[in-house]
Design a protein around this ligand. Structure first.
Ligand SMILES: *Cc1c(COP(=O)(O)O)cnc(C)c1O
Length: 380
């Protein structure tokens, strides 16, 4: 089955009691047993819920995995993956990470005796120098946030396999429409389904997808033991969002092409960060592992000051100034003062994150209107 068909049909079946075509929201905490231990496979809703089951099966199918395990947020999914590890274990992570991921690694899991090495992985071979007998996991995010660098998933997977390590890919930015890390050799995929998978900025949700039974059993155990499960209404919303992922992503990609080229040709714009340009340093890897370049991009202004950036950020009308990404509506953000404000300025500049860097999540409105909105704000 191809992706569009899977997005609509995988995991779901008409409700057997009524024929309802849409999976009902099973808003229940427990299930009646006919005699002790005699039940229909559902005992208590932290452990199993039919709405969640449908979503988990659908998510597994669209990432070409065998098991999807859902959580109350993307970070709860990350938390579950880290709980596969034990004190003394080491993780090699890409340095260009979602801020919340960096925070849970350094502020939570370091306290539990897990050691992290944050390195630039644009050349995957750099990973090898940091592997030792305690290393258990490689964690990457690609494309990266907010500089849209690309990491070679297959190259990382090969290094992981040769050294008996797990490779986990945060696939939030690409979504299953653009990239399937399990097919490229990754062991674990995580998503913040809050973003493209949900797609409508109305739910916070996370998922871990694997294709190995032993990993799945450990993760189900963690899901049930630690309890960061999503509610059934949220599962319903994500399932509903998932059905249009391919149609939305197609438009995100089309609009992304238009907006990226408009920005690149604008005299007040210094640089546009988007892997679709042929001269992007990792364009070849992006072309190899992705089916399109998506709607996320960043740009800097020739006038590299906070004031100049603020003027653009405060004057777009269709692009709303907000954190998050991946919804149908366009968003504009300022990493230096918003998502990446916790990183000291010197460190930010060193990593290539300029004060005037502006990040866009290009939505699925009409490209002409989006471009007119940006043009007006940039030229003000
Ligand atoms: C938002 C985000 C997360 C965290 O997900 P939540 O659903 O907000 O907990 C993780 N990784 C990336 C790349 C994200 O954009």
């Amino acid at each position: 089955m191809k992706l569009g068909t899977k997005l609509i049909h995988a995991g779901v079946a008409p409700d057997p009691s009524t024929g309802a075509i849409m999976t009902p929201i099973f808003q229940t905490s427990t299930y009646v047993q006919t005699a002790p231990g005699q039940h229909k496979g559902y005992e208590y809703a932290r452990t199993q819920n039919p709405t969640r089951d449908a979503l988990q099966d659908a998510l597994a199918a669209v990432e070409n995995g065998t098991h999807g395990i859902s959580f109350g947020s993307g970070l709860a999914a990350t938390d579950a993956v880290m709980k596969l590890l034990s004190p003394g274990n080491e993780v090699i992570a890409s340095s260009d990470l979602y801020g919340g991921t960096y925070r849970i690694f350094t502020k939570v899991f370091e306290r539990y005796g897990i050691k992290f090495h944050f390195i630039n992985m644009q050349d995957a071979q750099q990973i090898k120098a940091h592997i030792n007998a305690n290393t258990k996991l490689i964690w990457i995010e690609t494309p990266t946030n907010p500089l849209l660098n690309i990491i070679d998933i297959a190259a990382c997977a090969q290094i992981a396999r040769q050294n008996n390590l797990l490779l986990c890919v945060d696939n939030t930015f690409a979504s299953p429409y653009l990239q399937n890390p399990l097919d490229l050799g990754a062991d674990i995929v995580v998503h913040s389904a809050t973003k493209y998978i949900g797609g409508h900025s109305d739910v916070v949700h996370g998922v871990v997808i694997v294709k190995q039974d032993d990993l799945a059993q450990q993760l189900y155990f963690i899901q049930n033991s630690c309890g960061a499960v999503p509610g059934p209404q949220d599962c319903f919303l994500v399932l509903r969002g998932l059905k249009t992922l391919h149609v939305r992503m197609q438009r995100h990609c089309e609009n992304g092409v238009e907006v990226a080229h408009f920005l690149r040709n604008h005299p007040k714009v210094e640089k546009v960060y988007w892997a679709g340009f042929e001269d992007h340093p990792n364009h070849d890897i992006a072309k190899k592992q992705m089916r399109g370049f998506g709607g996320m991009m960043s740009f800097t202004l020739k006038n590299d000051s906070l004031e100049a950036a603020n003027k653009v950020l405060s004057n777009t009308k269709l692009f709303s100034l907000a954190e998050s990404l991946g919804g149908v509506e366009s968003l504009i953000g300022h990493p230096a003062s918003m998502t990446h404000a916790s990183i000291p300025r010197e460190e930010r500049i060193k990593n290539g994150l300029a004060d005037s860097l502006i990040r866009l999540s290009v939505g699925i409105e009409d490209a002409e209107d989006l471009i007119a909105d940006l043009k007006k704000a940039i030229e003000l």
